[in-house]
Design a protein around this ligand. Sequence first.
Ligand code: SAH
Length: 290
Amino acid sequence: MAQANISLAKETKKILQDNGIRLNKNLGQNYLIDDFKRKKIIKYADLTKNDTVLEIGPGIGTLTIKLAEEARKVIAIEQDTAIFNILSERLENEGIDNVELINGDAVKVDFPPFNKIVSNLPYQISSPITFKFLNHDFDLAVLMYQKEFAERMNGKVGTKEYSRLSAMLYFKAKVDFLTHVSKESFIPSPKVDSAVVKLTPKKDGTSAEDFKIYSKVVKALFQHRNKKARNALIDSRNQIGFKDKKELKSLIIDLEDNNEELKELLLKRTITLSPEEIMKIALLLKNDVK
Ligand code: SAH
């Protein structure tokens, strides 16, 4: 294992050096040099020759080349043109012909059809790219994130990791922690450790319309994670389409008078409300939230 580690690190440094590349941390360029973790990541994806894998930020192809060996096809989207050119040449030299390389910003380009995702993500786009993934239908995703982000994805109600992100993902995907990856597994080594997680989309039937209302209520609530829900909503009323404080207050009083459960829920603090409870609040406000 140590030997393999050294060789992936050496290979990576040589490719970068030969091409005069200095990695840019602002683009989230932290390249994996740990062959043991690479093997694990590939294994978690459980690939067959029926799979089409989407990879965001392939870099010089550390994961891409292994993915291409096991999958039918890989679609890899790389934003940095110099890196894109290196990978393109590398694939050609190695005679790999089942990778579709796209030079662009993965947040903006349309994804061609795929059924799995495997990526060591550029961390600065963690949030938008994850929500973009979840607008597509797929079997599973094996993704590397900053450890803190991964923990917030899976935050349990009442803990410090419970966040807007946890509540938003709850109805969209099952999040399973797979493995930690230390800073030393990358060049240049980032400031924080990383974690690999598996996302499995939930096909639970929350309508797009209900989810939109839920998203707004979640955003409003989590701006005040330690306040009582009632006060959090009133303080963040602009997020749910209210300008006037009195107007929202009197609406809430009306709704509470007719619904004992809503009254109780709104007395709880944001971080103690489960996603199901937040959904209940959202649906009770549905006709009034804009
Ligand atoms: N997967 C490789 C590289 C990870 S670093 C490895 O594990 O070694 C992340 C890569 O994403 C970098 O190559 C960076 O240039 C690229 N990148 C950054 N922002 C991007 C974006 N918005 N869209 C596509 N690629 C991006």
